[in-house]
Design a protein around this ligand. Structure first.
Ligand code: FEO
Length: 398
């Protein structure tokens, strides 16, 4: 079966669509709509392969590639990024064409050697270095921390394609290769989730790199990412989205996230949600149980929020572990310009709210009050007090 897809006269997609992927980065990243590992074969006077696919699909990748081209005709391999979802098929490929030069950044060389421990023929490149391949030229642009130190973009003149690797990508399996052929709501949701969970910590660098790229005034017909769709219709729309997302993005949303043992903290969360909308009917409120809902989806909702309320009952003088796992991830996101407060029920010692407050501060949130504690199961009066806490929270963040 030939799975290759011609994109332009000179460029063919030779990647892998992974429909069944539901967890990525081990078990750390949920991918509800699968993913793809996009690899591109460029044929001019010289033949170039840009990136490969994830290791489990290495043999399948090489077998399929052989249906498209005699591997010995490949003159150069470009590795835009060394993470194994893109470099994982290199060992299988290099067994077939061992001397073929691999172009990557200096950090890319380190990451390839660190991953595979092979003495491959690696050529390192810097921003502005070029590779003449015939009518077209490949121009390399280092993009460190978008999202690894080794990352680079490769731009192809003539076809005007930016091969951006992870940047502008989405974990989104699709047989239709282009952005205008998929469900736009799904595409938007996956692109945003990808940015929120992977690129948020590097937002200042994202802004800087995009502005540097735009200043180069390269005509861009296609942005060929390494995951999900190729941006073909208005390709710069995702670049503009990234500039917005990188600029302390927020919507008129408040996210309440909690964990609960016997539902007292859940009832507090729901009462607070009611209070928030009583005070501000226009604000969007979302409520999640951290032990039930997907962590990456919650992180995405926090990314979209102007404020967050974190709740937990107290157990063993601490707060509950699902909230601890979530907040550990949130700390790494380095969110900016978001407000927060804590809440939770307790039976005797009641440390959770104080500990949550401290961790919210450590995560970079502006904590606007000392939080709301409820002893045992909330009474009707206590639920009214939680509603008032929600109303006051809206006033505190205004
Ligand atoms: Fe898609 Fe950073 O690998």
């Amino acid at each position: 079966m030939d799975t290759a897809k011609k994109i332009t006269e000179k460029v063919t997609w030779v990647g892998k669509v992974d429909w069944e992927l539901d967890l990525f980065h081990g078990h750390e990243f949920s991918t509800h709509r699968g993913s793809s590992y996009n690899s591109y074969l460029v044929r001019d006077e010289k033949t170039v392969l840009i990136d490969t696919v994830w290791s489990p699909y290495d043999d399948e990748f090489v077998t399929n590639l052989k249906k498209v081209i005699d591997l010995k005709e490949i003159d150069y391999i470009i590795v835009n990024h060394g993470e194994i979802d893109h470099s994982g098929a290199l060992p299988a490929l290099m067994r077939e064409i061992p001397g073929t030069p691999i172009y990557c950044t200096n950090n890319g060389k380190r990451s390839l050697q660190g991953h595979f421990h092979h003495d491959w023929n690696i050529v390192t490149v810097k921003t502005g270095d070029t590779l003449d391949i015939g009518e077209s030229q490949l121009i390399f642009v280092e993009a460190p921390m978008l999202h690894w130190p080794d990352t680079m973009f490769t731009y192809m003149t003539g076809e005007n394609i930016l091969f951006s690797n992870d940047a502008f990508g989405q974990h989104y399996a699709t047989e239709s290769l282009y952005n205008d052929l998929v469900d736009p709501c799904e595409l938007q949701a996956e692109a945003l989730k990808y940015y929120a969970n992977i690129l948020t910590p590097f937002s200042p660098l994202v802004k800087k790199k995009i502005n540097e790229l735009l200043a180069m005034e390269l005509p861009i017909n296609l942005i060929a990412t390494s995951h999900g769709v190729i941006w073909k219709e208005d390709p710069l729309q995702i670049v503009q989205q990234y500039l917005k997302w990188a600029d302390n993005y927020q919507e008129n949303q408040i996210t309440i996230v909690y964990d609960t043992m016997w539902n007292a903290t859940r009832r507090m969360a729901e009462a607070i949600a009611v209070g928030i909308t009583q005070e501000d009917p226009n604000v969007r409120v979302k409520v999640y149980n951290a032990a039930v809902h997907d962590t990456n989806d919650i992180v995405t909702e926090i990314f979209k929020s102007k404020a967050v309320l974190a709740g937990s009952s107290t157990v063993n003088n601490r707060y509950l572990s699902a909230m601890a796992g979530l907040l550990e991830m949130v700390k790494g996101m380095k969110f900016k310009n978001k407000k927060a407060a804590a809440f939770g029920s307790y039976g005797w010692s009641g440390e959770a709210v104080k500990l949550l407050t401290a961790d919210l501060e450590e995560a970079g949130f502006e904590v606007v009050n000392e939080g709301k504690r409820t002893l045992w199961v909330p009474s009707e009066d206590e639920l009214e007090a939680c509603q008032e806490f929600g109303r006051q929270f809206v006033r505190d963040i205004s």
